[in-house]
Design a protein around this ligand. Structure first.
Ligand SMILES: Cc1cc2nc3c(=O)[nH]c(=O)nc-3n(C[C@H](O)[C@H](O)[C@H](O)COP(=O)(O)O)c2cc1C
Length: 495
């Protein structure tokens, strides 16, 4: 292991030295204050109180039924979201607005089956029930549903079945597209927009307080933001590339008055990374050949390994102008820059060895959200990428919220391994070190192998499933994951 993971530091001070050696503007609080500190503060959004500063990120489990309904695994995960004690449950998981927009055959999706509404209702009920089990009131719990179309990364029946907004030199081959690939027509896009509105209506009628119009991680609405080579009306200028999201938001507003709308956005991006054949490390291969780079959103055209926030801030200004206050800031995509989108010690099977200290990936997230918060202090921003901080997540989270760099600390993978971490922090309990996410990436590798997702190494519920053995075997034969197969089995980090 090349980079020392946070959990290997014995003291806060040791960790702080490591973290600040990468960026001296970062902060790590020595003492975590629990619910009496910044993380316990409430926030009010249009009259609704959100009871603390933890948010649960949307986390899919690749575990719905073939007809798009929740399974027992799905219900358990949502109950755990409620048990976390976090007062903002951002989206639960990506809910596809139509069948061909699913990222995998087990994704929940809008269809004609009348059971779909009941399925969503049961997820909401599980979340509230889990929350009550912690002794918490649900009066200040705020729960939304994330709406998505997977676009380029759609795999509704298993194999790639991309629906693309524009041709992309690096990403077309990645999803098996050749020279004759076609882009979505304007009419097809508009049909998808109508399904966003139908799905929002269903969420609203079910009792969700908000919907997230998902614009992140390479999926369709994110891809549209970077569709410079697409003709008008949905490509080309910034005005045109943002037209689709504007129309969807306006239509939801008019059909569902009173339903809050949030946006999760990959606010910046980088040139797609790939695995170096010899070192197995991630690299932005041949990026120089494509300068000025015209693909993607929030990328520096002259050095596409770096973000450029010019349009990112314009986008936030547009959202604010439309009365949107809830924005969840993410970066990049798990498909082409997983080291940034979800920093990890151990890569997923379709990834690569870390090209840099994964803490630099965490810093990439923290800096991005700081830039946004500074420019738009009135937006309520959720930050991402915290799970890799491991034991020191609360120390960094408290600093970021306390300093006003972010409003909510969003937690993804950590909630799969250790759902109660937020409430343990808020109630001043010692962290359960055995449950802390060590970023084995099995939760991503499982789905990449067509299996369900969950924390196979640390959650006994998954460890005992037959899929756990299949996952372990498959990891052994993959050069990127083979070094981590043993670690995944024992749940211990081997150096
Ligand atoms: C298994 C898994 C499922 C995920 N599902 C979603 C999803 O449905 N929607 C979404 O916006 N992000 C999804 N993400 C990304 C997370 O929400 C989060 O951005 C990412 O894991 C980084 O945060 P973390 O460091 O706290 O894990 C998923 C990530 C993982 C590992």
């Amino acid at each position: 292991m090349k980079y020392k993971p946070p959990g290997k530091h014995r003291t806060v001070e040791e960790f702080r030295r490591h973290f600040l050696s990468l960026d001296s503007s970062m902060g790590v609080e020595e003492k975590v204050l629990g619910g009496d500190g910044p993380l316990g503060r409430t926030l009010v959004l249009n009259g609704a109180t959100i009871g603390n500063r933890f948010a649960v990120h949307p986390m899919e489990g690749w575990d719905g039924t073939a007809s798009g309904l929740p399974s027992e695994h799905t219900l358990r995960r949502w109950r755990n979201f409620g048990k976390s004690g976090a007062k903002l449950v951002w989206g639960g998981e990506a809910f596809a607005v139509q069948e061909d927009g699913r990222a995998h055959p087990r994704q929940l999706y809008l269809n004609r089956n009348a059971e779909v509404g009941r399925g969503l209702k049961s997820l909401l009920e599980e979340t509230k029930q889990g929350h009550r089990e912690t002794g918490e009131t649900t009066d200040d719990l705020y729960v939304g549903l994330q709406l998505t179309h997977s676009g380029r990364f759609a795999q509704p029946h298993g194999p790639h079945a991309p629906r693309i907004a524009y041709r992309h030199p690096q990403l077309d081959p990645k999803v098996g597209l050749g020279p004759d690939a076609v882009t979505l027509t304007d009419g097809e896009l508009e049909g998808i927009g109508e399904n966003f509105v139908r799905a929002a209506k269903l969420a609203w009628n079910t009792g969700f307080q908000f919907v997230d119009v998902k614009c992140c991680h390479g999926y369709l609405l994110h891809e549209l933001l970077g569709a410079r080579s697409r003709p008008a009306p949905y490509g080309g200028s910034f005005e045109n590339r943002t037209r689709f999201v504007r129309l969807v938001v306006e239509a939801i507003r008019s059909e569902c008055p009173g339903l809050e709308i949030g946006v999760r956005v990959s606010i910046c991006d980088v040139f797609p990374y790939s695995k170096n054949g010899e070192t197995l490390c991630g690299e932005a291969k041949d990026w120089e050949k494509y300068v000025p780079y015209e693909h993607g959103f929030g990328i520096d055209a002259n050095d596409p390994r770096k973000p450029d926030f010019t349009e990112s801030l314009q986008f936030l200004k547009m959202l604010e102008g439309m009365g949107i206050r809830l924005v969840n800031i993410s970066v990049g995509s798990p498909y082409y820059c997983p080291h940034l989108q979800r920093p990890a010690t151990y890569p997923p099977s379709d990834g690569y060895l870390p090209p840099e200290d994964p803490l630099a990936g965490v810093i990439f997230h923290l800096r991005a959200v700081r830039v946004c918060k500074q420019a738009f202090p009135n937006l309520l921003l959720v930050g991402s990428g915290y799970s890799y901080l491991q034991e020191y997540l609360p120390n960094v989270a408290q600093h970021e919220v306390g300093a006003g760099h972010v409003d909510f600390v969003g937690i993804g993978r950590m909630v799969l391994t250790y759902p109660q971490m937020p409430i343990d922090v808020l109630e001043g309990r010692r962290l359960d070190r055995k449950r802390i996410c060590r970023t084995f990436s099995d939760c991503t590798t499982g789905p990449r192998l067509g299996l369900l997702s969950g924390c196979f190494p640390l959650d006994s519920y998954y460890r005992t499933l037959p899929e756990a053995a299949r996952l372990r075997e498959a990891k052994k034969t993959n050069p990127v994951t083979s070094g981590t197969a043993l670690a995944g089995k024992t749940g211990e980090v081997k150096e």
